[in-house]
Design a protein around this ligand. Structure first.
Ligand SMILES: Nc1ncnc2c1ncn2[C@@H]1O[C@H](COP(=O)(O)OP(=O)(O)OP(=O)(O)O)[C@@H](O)[C@H]1O
Ligand SMILES: [Mg+2]
Length: 350
């Protein structure tokens, strides 16, 4: 069993509180992403779990054992950073071997293990080179290799893919996830990239200024964001958010047009949310349709992103690539079961 438990973590840098009260359990073999904007405290939490940063109060347990007073090297974890932190003057073989060498393992054991790990990551042909002679993706793989050399109880990743180009990032995303599943190593993964978090994780923790906004499975978070903050952060293009007034079973757009809400909502101002990919755009006017004026179309190849407005209110729509767009007379429907409502003041989901 190798869960990672963070209990009532508080962290201050001098007088500045960065983490107020953070608790989280990453279960044995689970992959959890810490997702949030720059400066929200992701790296701080990870570095505290690793033992690279002191905590103000709280406790860290790994595999059920309190490790709070232990040095990083005694925590049985492996960390992979954004800058791979390889030793530039050592060969790839020696970079991989380093952890075992300082633990005084035998030459035979070291060679066998380096070969095993290199084969797993398909970097056998690179062992005699130095880091500067590798591509970004290959360096990334060596950093991963170094992390798994010792078969740690847990992986800690801090934005390990952000130095790679988009294509390689997509590729390494799949590779890291497959490796993690194959080895069954409990993983805490820090990223500000919602696509990475969505595609790799068993569960996502969305952080906002050191506080947890929501914890859930990727689709749970996509389909039922707990707050405006989460709704804004997850999904690309971002969810349309419109300030509306409520009126009986309807919400009223800024132009005065009603949209059926399908439920009773608190009276006053609220925020209506709808994802661009859930909106129906066509040239046919149905009973619930609203007139839509198209202002700009972005062609992505797989889909079109359509920008426009309903009676002056901006609305982005994702439209299938293989279908012709309606012309001047375009209409949108906002399907009831895909509408989200948020409290205007607290931002909480209604
Ligand atoms: N050594 C330090 N001294 C003072 N403040 C710090 C220190 N390290 C981090 N902070 C502050 O703590 C907050 C959280 O920083 P952290 O590095 O954890 O953010 P992050 O979520 O990892 O951001 P990013 O996505 O930019 O890496 C920031 O406001 C940062 O300025
Ligand atoms: Mg960081």
């Amino acid at each position: 069993m190798a869960s990672i438990e963070v209990k009532n973590l508080k962290k201050k840098f001098g007088e500045v509180k960065v983490i107020e009260d953070f608790s989280l359990t990453v279960k044995d073999r689970e992959f959890i992403s810490l997702l949030g904007p720059s400066g929200c405290g992701k790296s701080t939490i990870l570095r505290i779990v690793a033992g690279l940063e002191e905590l103000t109060s709280g406790n860290i347990l790994i595999g059920g054992k309190v490790v709070t007073p232990l040095e990083p090297k005694d925590r049985d974890i492996a960390m992979v950073f954004q800058n791979y932190a390889l030793y530039p003057h050592k060969t790839i073989f020696e970079n991989l071997a380093y952890g075992l060498r300082i633990r005084k393992k035998s030459e035979t054991e070291i060679t066998a293990r380096v070969k095993e790990v290199a084969s797993l990551l398909q970097i056998e042909q690179l062992l005699e080179r130095r880091p500067a002679q590798l591509s970004g993706g290959q360096q990334q793989r060596v950093a991963m290799g170094r992390a798994i050399m010792r078969e740690p109880q847990a992986f800690l990743f801090d934005e390990p893919l952000s130095n790679l180009d988009a294509k390689l990032r997509n590729h390494m995303r799949v590779e890291i996830r497959q490796l993690q599943q194959r080895l069954g190593i409990t993983t805490l993964y820090v990223t500000h990239d919602q696509v990475e978090a969505m595609t790799m994780s068993d569960r996502i923790v969305v952080l906002n200024q050191g506080d947890i906004e929501q914890i859930g499975r990727p689709l749970e978070i996509y389909e039922k964001p707990a707050s405006l903050f989460v709704a804004n952060f997850i999904g690309s293009p971002a969810m349309n958010l419109i300030k509306v007034k409520t009126d009986a079973g309807n919400v009223v757009l800024p132009s005065g047009s009603p949209v059926a809400a399908g439920r009773t909502l608190p009276s006053g101002e609220i925020t209506l949310g709808i994802r661009p990919e859930r909106i129906k755009l066509s040239g046919n006017k149905g009973a619930q349709s609203l007139p839509y004026r198209i202002t700009l179309v972005e062609e992505l190849g797989s889909q079109k992103i359509v920008h426009g407005n309903i009676e002056g209110t901006d609305l982005t729509v994702v439209f299938p690539e293989d279908t012709a767009l309606p012309g001047e007379a375009a209409f949108v429907d906002l399907p009831l079961n895909y509408l989200h409502f948020f409290d205007a003041r607290s931002g909480k989901r209604l």
